[in-house]
Design a binder for this molecule. Sequence first.
Ligand code: SF4
Length: 279
Amino acid sequence: MRIINTKVIKENVKEMFLNANVHLSEDIKNALKEADEVSPIGKNILNIINENIDVADKTNTPICQDTGMAVVFLEVGNEVFFEGEFIEDSINEGVREAYEEGYFRKSVVKSPVFDRVNTKDNTPAIIYYKYVKGDKVNIKVMPKGFGSENCGQTKMLNPSDAEQDVVDFVVESVSKAGSKPCPPIVVGVGIGGTMEKSAMMAKEALFLDINYKEKDENLQRMREEILTKINNLGIGPAGLGGRVSAIGVNIMTYPTHIAGLPVSVNIGCHVSRHEERSI
Ligand code: SF4
């Protein structure tokens, strides 16, 4: 049994949100720097995006004014015992301190429909727990902006539907989103499970390195086909036209019921921010 004080989790969550809001992961930075855009206005937008990323890095300031809703995936080993404050309180405290210390915008409202009063500390976070084998705790954090979050889609396809129907749904979702998710985007896709499982996989897929190689040849082919079709839509950087509409398509799958084929799309904007560490 490994005992971990939840203060350690709080400190890590805090550091990770402070970092993720300011520094993008290398895969996304490189993809934006190396993007081969043909449209002059698209090239110009990409230059501005890259300059913004460099300035944020150097001056330790947020990459975007929307510092997102705090999403946390916590994978807890079965040999771990938490001592101290309740784990969920510690995670929220980490978020609270990061958003205060980093001068990040607080964007959470308590009642989603009625008074929409700001909680003023960017909590509560959205927290997902997984119980895994071992004595480690894996923490993934994502400050999720809602320009992109609002463009997510879920569809329960028919079990008789084919690969092409999945591809068409994902491309159609991106086409409908247009400029709203601040392209170039990263597209997270969840296929299988139940309705909500597919949606969670679509979100979790945004943590994958956009350059990962899928072991399943069919899925790898599907990723490439979706990316090509999205980039043929002509949305372009900032939605002002061009070839570089997306820089990555990440897919997660799970077994599903004989009678269904759930598919979800979760879009990450050009500041698709996330960080992961294991303690
Ligand atoms: S979608 Fe992304 S880039 Fe656009 S405003 Fe929101 S966080 Fe910023």
